[in-house]
Write a protein that binds this ligand. Sequence first.
Ligand code: C5P
Length: 225
Amino acid sequence: MKLGKHLACDPAVHRVVAIDGPAASGKSSVAHALAKQIGFAYVNSGAMYRAVTWHALQHAISPGDSAALIRMLENSCIDCDFEDNESRILIDGINPAEHLHEDRVNDEVSTVSSIPRVREILVAKMRAYALDYDLVMEGRDIGSVVFPETPYKFYIDASPEVRLRRRVAQGRRDQIAARDHADSSRRASPLVLADDAHVIDSSNLSIEDVVGEIISRLKIKGMIR
Ligand code: C5P
């Protein structure tokens, strides 16, 4: 793993800042900027589900065929590491980063991520990251399921109109309403607001504003000075 020295912290206690929220709420940009500012490693858990989805599509496995998909996953070599303090996933030695936002991946990722065994495999990888490093991890269930014990939980939201505008501005086609519905209504680890998460509505805030608010909370909680 290529990480800055500042991340090689106390091996006994690795802190996790959990950032959850719906699609296009701004959480990736916020989590990325926050991690940089506080010197933690950044983990994009959505990219892990996207990578598995892409891999299945490459192997002509229908995301609806959960048995075939699980078989594929259990026979694949999944390496999760860091590059420049950002999480990276390689499946059978291939880094699919440039394909993760293709339309076909957007369309199928919620189906793949609703399969409990897929979640089990990827959540184990997410937790393994925290064995070695302090993390800012973003996703849907980081505060509720992956690291429920962390005291540093945030839920970033934005109005549906703003979220749609953000995707369009990124030049991406993404059925965010359909994905949100699927992610919130699935049985396995749905997107929920953890009881103890601090909610930030980013509709009228810049990335810097949201990062600033999170840092203020982390200071109040004594995590950073
Ligand atoms: O965050 P992003 O929009 O890239 O996530 C893509 C998809 O991955 C989500 O729509 C969801 O289906 C799945 N996901 C998940 N749990 C997470 C992160 C992402 O189910 N922790």
